[in-house]
Design a protein around this ligand. Structure first.
Ligand SMILES: *[C@@H]1O[C@H](CO)[C@@H](O)[C@H](O)[C@H]1NC(C)=O
Ligand SMILES: *[C@@H]1O[C@H](CO)[C@@H](O)[C@H](O)[C@H]1NC(C)=O
Ligand SMILES: *[C@@H]1O[C@H](CO)[C@@H](O)[C@H](O)[C@H]1NC(C)=O
Ligand SMILES: *[C@@H]1O[C@H](CO)[C@@H](O)[C@H](O)[C@H]1NC(C)=O
Ligand SMILES: *[C@@H]1O[C@H](CO)[C@@H](O)[C@H](O)[C@H]1NC(C)=O
Ligand SMILES: *[C@@H]1O[C@H](CO)[C@@H](O)[C@H](O)[C@H]1NC(C)=O
Length: 437
């Protein structure tokens, strides 16, 4: 059994207070990007959300899978690059170089982690907890839309054909229902090609024009080669006592593993986080946000146009009287970000550029794209018609196209007319119809 599995097992029995509870604004853990655990972001307030003369009647919620293991590439990187680096850092400090303190050195010395490559990207124990607790809170907020008794007509659960999304769905149902009910839940079969949950995967035009287009990475690469980044790499290398300046690849790997290890365990500080201070962590965070902005956000309009596929099913289900009443979809960062962009949320005032860091941007993966990120639409039946309440990360948000939080369904349907009625996936995604290239 690997160390991770062991530590995961132990965390079931010990309820150690979260070390996180006490960290300040400057802590590196505020800047972990897509590897930020959900326990840093969730909304503790789970009281029922009521509006006068209204009743919560339906919910459509899309959830990024919970905290997961790294990719095979990063697993190998941990067991080679970081393993070697660990000994070098320790050696240099014995020679009187470097700035790590004895406590940090001890943590590094004790660090060892081998993960079975077969389990790449699997959901972890923390990811299971994220789902169970999220489900419990959503049920408390919307007890009418999210009943605690399972019914195969009113509930619908969908996930992508991946272990992490499937397990996320499973643990979510464990949070909603008692054991017997949870065992009997029927999940919609995962689709290899899923135009609702992972529309971009098989959108040929997007694959060609965005994902595989070198232009998409221009700003990120620019930032990777910037003076700002060079200074950061040099400062980190010096802090670790190294004679050579580490490559961006290696520093990026340390940053990712700092994020993963922080997310996996509530009471373990990753020694790889010691390499960073607020400034350097923010730079790495921005480096990743640039890619997400150009690949999954506002960079290209086809990116977010495709998300009409998901938005459309929400409107379809809200405008029908019939069941299901509670729909939960489990997907990925790429899905959530494109949907947020379709809704015009978190849009920076100007496109993000690689010449220097933009600290004012609302587009920050650490807040909008952490593990278990989620977006929920709740249909309220009110005396004056149907309304929709939107929650992101369990917090009520006002959509930019609405005047208030509780937004008339009709108004949204009009605003998203094109998303609902002109959402032809094959047309949008076909390369044949692409005259511009
Ligand atoms: C908790 O949420 C409820 C419902 O949205 C709200 O009325 C209440 O003011 C919130 N409580 C706190 C302490 O924020
Ligand atoms: C990690 O590397 C060591 C030494 O190279 C090797 O013996 C071990 O099998 C590797 N472990 C994994 C899980 O790849
Ligand atoms: C759905 O639930 C009903 C009532 O509990 C049951 O009779 C039916 O067999 C269930 N359908 C499936 C597909 O399990
Ligand atoms: C940063 O370092 C890279 C690689 O050494 C180099 O190509 C680049 O020109 C440097 N950038 C600046 C602005 O000095
Ligand atoms: C998409 O972008 C192109 C070029 O920037 C622009 O001409 C077009 O109007 C945009 N389409 C939509 C639907 O925003
Ligand atoms: C919503 O409605 C569509 C029909 O437009 C259906 O295919 C889909 O499974 C429903 N559920 C969700 C979760 O969107």
């Amino acid at each position: 059994m690997n160390i991770l599995a062991l530590s995961i097992l132990f965390s079931v029995f010990y309820q150690v207070p979260d070390v996180i509870a006490s960290f300040d604004d400057k802590d590196v853990r505020n800047f972990l990007g897509t590897r930020t655990p959900y326990r840093f972001r969730y909304n503790k307030n789970d009281s029922r959300i009521k509006y006068p003369s209204c009743k919560d009647s339906k919910i459509w919620m899309i959830v990024r899978h919970g905290t997961r293991l790294p990719s095979v590439k990063d697993i190998i990187g941990m067991n080679s690059t970081l393993r070697e680096l660990k000994y070098e850092i320790l050696l240099k400090h014995k020679m009187g170089k470097g700035d790590l303190n004895p406590e940090q050195l001890k943590m590094l010395e004790d660090w060892s982690r081998e993960i079975d490559g077969e389990q790449e990207k699997y959901l972890t124990k923390e990811g299971q907890d994220e789902m169970i607790l999220l489900a419990e809170r959503m049920q408390k907020r919307f007890p009418n839309a999210v009943k605690n008794k399972y019914n195969n007509q009113t509930f619908q659960f969908r996930y992508t054909a991946t272990e992490r999304a499937q397990q996320s769905a499973r643990y979510f149902t464990i949070g909603l229902f008692d054991k017997k009910d949870a065992q009997g839940v029927i999940f919609s079969p995962a689709k290899k090609i899923d135009p609702v949950l992972r529309f971009y995967k098989h959108c040929d035009k997007w694959q060609k024009q965005v994902k595989k287009n070198p232009d998409t990475y221009t700003e990120q690469i620019l930032y990777g080669n910037s003076g700002e980044m060079n200074k950061t790499l040099a400062a980190i290398s010096k802090r670790l006592g190294l004679d050579n300046v580490l490559s961006l690849d290696t520093v990026n790997l340390m940053y990712k593993i700092c994020g993963f290890e922080t997310s996996w365990s509530k009471h373990y500080l990753s020694p790889w986080c010691s390499a960073f201070d607020q400034e350097s962590a923010e730079m790495l965070e921005y480096y990743h946000d640039l890619k997400l902005y150009w690949m999954d956000g506002y960079g290209h309009n086809l990116t977010y146009r495709q998300a009409c596929m998901a938005i459309k099913t929400m409107f379809d289900n809200f405008s029908h009287k019939q069941d299901p009443h509670a729909m939960f979809l489990f997907a990925h960062s790429g899905t959530l970000l494109k949907i947020l962009t379709h809704l015009q949320l978190y849009k920076p005032e100007s496109p993000l550029r690689g010449d220097t860091i933009n600290r004012e941007r609302p587009w920050r993966a650490s807040t909008i794209d952490c593990f278990a990120s989620n977006l929920a639409f709740v249909l309220y039946k009110c005396k004056d018609g149907d309304h929709v309440l939107t929650l992101h990360q369990e917090r009520i948000i006002k959509l930019p196209m609405c005047e208030s939080e509780l937004c008339p369904l009709k108004h949204l349907q009009e605003h998203f007319h094109d998303s609902i009625y002109n959402c032809d996936y094959s047309d949008m995604c076909s390369l044949d119809k692409d005259t511009s290239s």
